[in-house]
Design a protein around this ligand. Sequence first.
Ligand SMILES: [Zn+2]
Ligand SMILES: [Zn+2]
Length: 474
Amino acid sequence: MRVQSPLFIVLIIFSVMNIHAQWDKYPTYPEYVKHMQSWAQTYPELAKLHELGPSGMPNKNHHVYALQISDNVGKQEQEPSILLTATVHGDETLPYVLSLHLIDHLLKNYTSDIRIKKIVDNSDIWILPLCNPDGTYKAGDLTVRNAQRLTLKDNFDINRNFPCFCGNPEHQHFGNYSYACAEVKAIRSLTDSVSFVIAADIHTSEERIYYPWCITARRHPDVKWFKHTGQRYVDLAREHGPPNYFDDLGGPWPTPICTACLSGGLYALHGTFLDYLTYYRHCKTFNFYLSHKKNASSVDLVNYWNYNYQALLDFIEQAQYGLVGTVVNKETKTPLPAKIFIDRHDLDSSHVFANEKTGAFYRPIESGTYAVIVSCEGYHTKTLQNVTVEFGKTTSLAIELEYIPTQIISAKKLPTLLLHNNYSHMELYDLQGRKLNSFAKQAFTQRLYTRSGIYILRLIGKERTKNIRVHIHK
Ligand SMILES: [Zn+2]
Ligand SMILES: [Zn+2]
């Protein structure tokens, strides 16, 4: 271990305090870690530090950290989870300090600012200020000068190293690469376990908001919601920013809010964080590009905070709106990890699931009237017709699903099930809902199934249809 001079330590302590007050300079790596630790220590009810994993370079002793912010932090509550990530590209350092400033702002103003208190009380916010620490501190732990975009160990672009649904089997696990770099492993240890409702992965080099997809020009079913939400961000940033902020209309993208992939897949990007979170994790994800400058100077840090913090707070609040509800077992009231599918709307994995521990679900969606199909294995599916949502408002739903009890039936007795009731035919499904067979009453002498096991039997009559769960044995 290296022995630090007392003067060096005093300097670090002094500059930590200074940064705490102003956020007008880049912290050193040890200062950054100190901030993250001290927030968790100073606000134990509100902030929890998570070490998600080491970075790629073993000798650097860098880690990917997340700070979780909520009231009763760490306790599972019925609140939407929101993810903000920064510095996935190590040289895009402005969002690094903006995220730290945001954490500080949320925690410091919790007791004094009603809006902040409401945000923290009603959400579960996760902020990862530094996703590529080796790249950012390439030149050493004391400076972000000479920061690089790629990871240092593997030279990977983190934003191309996530599972990709483009159809190329070589991409399906690690995007453009053949393995996950340490930084991606660390990030995914969080994103594979927490179900985020909305997310923003924050970058620089442009002033623009991107929404899915990166890999295909296919229209995302929630494109109206993405545009509306993106527009709110841009409007607020413009209101607080300088003239021409977010006025980036040059190049092939005609608006400051657009899909990352132009028609024809001209700029298709494989393995992006945005596509992975949106497609595989059902999280509505944006890229916020907040500045033309990559490595903003110290004076910019405060300026860009002033331009953006209102928009960032407003973005976090968006997770509260849309369809919000719970799904429980009708009898026992226990939470169910049900699938929430908007009929004739959801496509390309845009549906959401209720949380298995709380039964809560959050489904941001544009204004409209929808049919909501709620399904869970072993339960009767329920369709809620004419559910009306207004953008920026909450439509609350409390859903109870009826359990399908399992009847033990001998194969030989199956026909009597039809005979004794007024059903005309039956259909047999496996527990994943795949239809195996269907039979009319008169054709009932044929073999109905191949193996003993548990199935869903759908009895269909003129007046009614009944699903029962059956354990059929030969
Ligand atoms: Zn970037
Ligand atoms: Zn791909």
